[in-house]
Design a protein around this ligand. Sequence first.
Ligand code: AMP
Ligand code: MG
Length: 214
Amino acid sequence: MDTKVVKTTEEELIEAAAILKKGGLVAFPTETVYGLGADALNEEAARKIYAAKGRPSDNPLIAHIAKKEDIEPLVREIPEAGKKLMDAFWPGPLTLIFPKSGRVPKGTTGGLDTVAVRMPSDPVARRLIELAGTPVAAPSANTSGRPSPTTAEHVRQDMDGRIEMIVDGGPVGIGVESTIVDVTGEIPMVLRPGAITMEMLKNASALWRSIRPS
Ligand code: AMP
Ligand code: MG
């Protein structure tokens, strides 16, 4: 497979979105690292992510959305703490774990009954997801065990020939992965530290002072 590298014009993003809609793989910038995107509702597409990365298939993927409303088809319910955290930190590098709906294939969630969702702040990521018209599963665009890429060139060195397209939006800002908080239980729980610090979570609300690390 030839990996095409494009920039971020509307025409190029439309072409990238068409690949995602057809179940293909497209790497794109987010504010944390470059992600390796596929349609999160298409089990076959999700499987391609695992194959390209050499990622164990029980390691769940994060579904990325363009607007808060787009979470609806992915989840069974949005717990109160989830709503508050979405309002405080979305768009941004906070991933939340919700009970999953029947529409999310287990091939995306690594067999779990929960789903990880994030709304990135990067405008290229958001426009691409919007044009794809589906939530986009996107782990870091590197083969398992290699560092998470912060430039399109790093993605190319690692993924050339394994994916259809790379959207080059320049170097990305943080290079640190999203913070993951599980809001399915009584008390929100931090599963992975990341770009949103404990301090920021605690400061956001009195309720979240009860957040504890796993
Ligand atoms: P990343 O490698 O940045 O794409 O993040 C994926 C990580 O998110 C996984 O390795 C898990 O640690 C976490 N994750 C994704 N989905 C879930 C879930 N449903 N429940 C718990 N953790 C999850
Ligand atoms: Mg990674």
